[in-house]
Design a protein around this ligand. Structure first.
Ligand code: URA
Length: 447
């Protein structure tokens, strides 16, 4: 009796979904969003399922994504979109890893190699890091591309090997493993090449569906703001942060967002192998101050959440482990475990200097333009099929606030097959007589 009722309910459920599907039409959904109307939960589920089973084509989804970029979504629609994406695949079970698992994600920036330093640092403090990262998106770089610039480095591990590595060394970073959020995998690649990256609802649902599926207990998000970020103003960054905290809370996951500066590149290196080298510099106790400050801030929050201790205690521990080399040792262990060979890292091969046209103070370095230029010389993809040129990119010799003499080096350029114009590179720097840029690195913590 019971068994029969169960089957009948399942049948009804399927039947209703089929009916909803049958009565729906992607053209009407595109049209609705074009007219700024709210999409229902069923329409959102239909759009995600249809895109996955290929009944909705790339060109139709591109049109819908563009309508969302232009006309937005309200909070309920974003929660429904996140849930539909989350339900498109499996959810990782990390219960066989002891301790509180804290995941971190960045909304994306230029020169953002934070994870390469942060993950081993946090792991060295005893907080397990089981992290799934992404590839480059638009003009922003991605941790997986950076790791793949290390010859031999394996980013595709089975779930078993991923969990085994975390249990053995406290850390693993992989590309989306298993069948986690396949909807985001497809949408992410499509958004990257259709000008539909910069949208608060699409960013929030993309990030939070992955973070919820990755099985972590707590979530920390670095929300980048400024011309090199996906959101350009503090107001937009706050909206994005509040939305992600709301999504996290509605799934009972403590979520903390840190709004940070992305009006100039983070650190000095932009480009995959170059960023790995800069990450190593920081792990060895050197490196650019802004990058180090951001790593210490995020690591303190993660360790405090993971060890359930006060921020002061966490801060002391992370500083200590960055200085005493424990974080660097953990990084080397991690690279070895994932079969990377740092001795074979390649940059360039063509290297030249950009010199300052006049003396003065560097007041602005255009992160967006440098990110786009890095992408155009091969550090990122212009089409889904493009192969990345891991050794190319830029390394700033001056940061915002630095004094520069005429003819002194502003930046080194690393090229391989593609070229870039000197004038375009120079136009990324604003050199003035006085220092006028006083934007802080850490804007606000939202929780
Ligand atoms: N990072 C993501 O994972 N998704 C976005 O949409 C933007 C940044």
């Amino acid at each position: 009796m019971c068994q029969k009722m169960y089957i009948k309910e399942e049948y009804d459920k399927k039947h209703v979904i089929m009916n909803i599907g049958e009565n729906m039409n992607i053209l009407e959904i595109i049209d609705k969003k074009r007219k700024k109307q709210k999409l229902s939960k069923e329409e959102i589920e239909y759009m995600i399922q249809g895109y996955l089973d290929e009944s909705i084509k790339d060109y139709q989804m591109s049109a819908l994504l563009m309508a969302i970029v232009l006309n937005g979504m309200n909070e309920d629609e974003v929660v429904d979109l996140t849930t539909a994406m989350l339900n498109s695949g499996e959810v990782m079970d990390l219960s066989s890893i002891s301790g509180i698992k804290v995941d971190k994600h960045s909304t994306g920036g230029v020169g953002d190699k934070t994870t390469l330093i942060l993950a081993p640092l946090v792991a060295s403090c005893g907080v397990p890091v089981a992290k799934m990262s992404g590839r480059g998106l638009g003009h922003t770089g991605g941790t997986i591309d950076k790791l793949e610039s290390i010859p031999g480095f394996q980013v595709d591990l089975s779930v078993e090997n991923f969990i085994r590595e975390v249990n053995e060394i406290g850390l693993s970073i992989v590309s989306q493993t298993g069948n986690l959020v396949p909807a985001d995998k497809k949408l992410y690649a499509l958004r990257d090449v259709t000008g539909t990256v910069e949208s608060i609802p699409l960013i929030a649902s993309s990030i939070m569906s992955k973070k919820l599926a990755s099985g972590a207990d707590k979530i920390v998000i670095d929300v980048k703001v400024g011309n090199g970020a996906l959101v350009k103003t503090i107001e937009e960054a706050k909206k994005l942060a509040q939305l992600m905290v709301h999504i996290g809370n509605s799934h009972q996951k403590e979520t903390v967002c840190v709004i940070t500066r992305m009006s100039e590149p983070l650190g000095c290196a932009i480009g995959n192998a170059l960023e790995v080298l800069e990450g190593i510099e920081v792990l060895k106790g050197g490196g650019p101050e802004d990058l180090k400050e951001l790593v210490l801030t995020l690591a303190t929050i993660m360790v405090s959440l993971g060890l359930e201790c006060q921020m002061e205690q966490a801060s002391k521990l992370v500083k200590q482990n960055l200085e005493n080399g424990k974080a660097y040792q953990k990084f080397l262990e991690f690279v070895k475990a994932q079969k990377g060979n740092l001795d074979e890292l390649v940059v360039g091969p063509k290297i030249f200097s950009i010199k300052a046209p006049k003396s003065g103070i560097v007041n602005h370095i255009d992160a967006l333009k440098l990110g786009e230029l890095a992408r155009s010389i091969g550090a990122g993809r212009m089409t889904k099929e493009d192969k990345i040129d891991y050794g190319v990119g830029f390394v700033l010799s001056k940061k915002v606030g630095d004094f520069v003499l005429q003819d002194e080096e502003l930046m080194k350029v690393y090229l391989n097959e593609k070229d870039v114009h000197l004038d375009v590179l120079l136009s990324c720097f604003m050199i003035e007589d006085d220092y006028t840029n006083t934007e802080p690195l850490i804007h606000e913590i939202v929780k």
